[in-house]
Design a protein around this ligand. Structure first.
Ligand SMILES: [Zn+2]
Length: 422
């Protein structure tokens, strides 16, 4: 039923080109966008360490004309892209904390969650998604492969440090019983063997259980020119149509979906076993609004051209600043900063440093592929460089007033979708 020849990089210690669609097996796939070669975004070399050998991987997007899935052209072994010292923590982003509080409120009401109901979060990171469920009195369990589980444990969020597989799903069900809700926020597009993951979710879910996923939305990605969210963690870029198709292959039906603001534009999608729940009108409306076939190809072509132009525009703006003698810093070092910096070709001669909020595990390390150091935010206010590029430009409206309130006087530049002063 499911494609057998899909690329598997896990266990190779290297990478494998994706030759057929990860969901439906269709080949050949059509090339949408090439960003060149990129270092893994989470291998950040400590500041002061001598440059050492590092792998770089081709970074391109492919389109499946059969199931509409936009996907990465290369699968990289998870041990390379999710190292144990993985420095990403979702709790440091206010937008994510707010989003998960809102997810809990929405899900508890819609699904009428009872106190003893079990909620399992796949890729639970530091437990930010589960925290409101625990405060609401529900049983909760996170599944997370990286050392970030230590932060979750310190916050009192029970977490199993494993990759999610059907075997782990069966083990959790034996120990804790079936799950009323399984969640996967911003990781359902990351895991290589997606059909096994969905089978694992089915094995874990109670008969009336609900799977809730949040994924970056490919239509919003194109609309806001968020090519910087393309990196090797993100194997798939879902539309509602392509995601619903994947779930349908496993007997799951999407019954509710809506856009949410996280990561610059995502979709939250509720699915249950087919026929278990009435399907909301919003689902049909969102599906009808999505481009398909030739219309999708035209959107992708325009996207490719706009990405190229945005690079040239940003370089032109930075050239002017540098010719006038300006010193330039960066604001925040999300994973997407690595894609932008490396695609545009920024380096430590152009950007003096990038600052992060206190507590970020990235402080003291370098932006991948460069020697641009990540420093604590207070350095920016002491130093007052002439301008700063906001790499978290998707939350620039939230960040800019805070930076001003804390005393930053320089220019603030949003690099995308069109480079501009904020
Ligand atoms: Zn496909």
């Amino acid at each position: 039923m499911f494609p057998a020849k899909v690329a598997r990089a896990a266990g190779t210690g290297a990478s494998v080109p994706i030759e057929c669609c990860q969901i439906c097996g269709h080949a050949p796939l059509e090339n949408v966008l090439s960003l060149g070669y990129m270092p893994p975004v989470n291998q950040m070399v400590p500041v002061g360490e001598l440059p050492r050998q590092q792998p770089w991987f081709p970074t391109n997007l492919l389109y499946c004309a059969q199931c509409e899935l936009v996907q990465l052209g290369l699968a990289v072994d998870p041990v390379i892209i999710f190292p144990p010292e993985y420095p990403y923590t979702s709790g440091t982003t206010k937008l994510l904390r707010d989003n998960f509080a809102e997810l809990y409120a929405e899900a508890a009401l819609m699904l009428k969650l009872a106190p003893r109901d079990l909620v399992v979060d796949i890729g639970s990171n530091d437990g930010t998604l589960l925290a409101p469920f625990i405060h609401g009195g529900h049983r909760a369990l996170g599944i997370e492969p990286t050392d970030v589980v230590k932060i979750a444990a310190a916050r009192g969020i029970p977490t199993l440090q494993r990759y999610f597989t059907p075997e782990v799903a069966a083990q959790v069900r034996r120990q804790h019983g079936p799950a009323r809700v399984v969640t996967a926020a911003n990781c359902f597009a990351h895991i290589e063997d997606v059909h096994a993951i969905v089978e694992g979710i089915l094995a874990l879910l109670a008969p009336d259980g609900v799977f809730i996923s949040e994924s970056h939305y490919v239509i919003g990605l194109m609309d806001r020119l968020q090519y910087d969210t393309v990196y090797h963690e993100h194997l798939r870029y879902y539309s509602l149509g392509s995601l619903a198709n994947l779930l349908r292959m496993h007997g799951l039906e999407v019954f509710h979906a809506r856009p949410i603001p996280t990561h610059g534009g995502s979709i939250r999608v509720y699915a249950a076993r087919s026929g278990m729940r009435p399907v909301s009108a919003q689902v049909a409306a969102m599906l009808a609004a999505e481009p398909r076939g030739q219309a999708m190809r035209a959107r992708l072509d325009a996207f490719r051209k706009d990405v190229m132009l945005s690079k040239l525009r940003l370089l032109a703006m930075l050239r002017e600043l540098k010719e006038s003698g300006a010193r330039i810093a960066g604001i925040s070092a999300p994973s997407r900063a690595s894609t932008l910096v490396n695609y545009v070709g920024l380096d430590e001669a152009i950007i003096d440093y990038v600052c992060e909020v206190p507590g970020s595990l990235k402080i003291g390390k370098s932006i991948p592929g460069t020697a641009i150091p990540v420093v604590e935010e207070s350095d920016l206010f002491d130093d007052q460089p002439d301008c700063a590029i906001v790499f978290s430009w998707h939350i620039a409206d939230e960040l800019a007033p805070k930076l001003r309130a804390k005393g930053f006087r320089g220019k603030l530049i949003s690099p995308l979708p069109v480079p501009r002063e904020i």
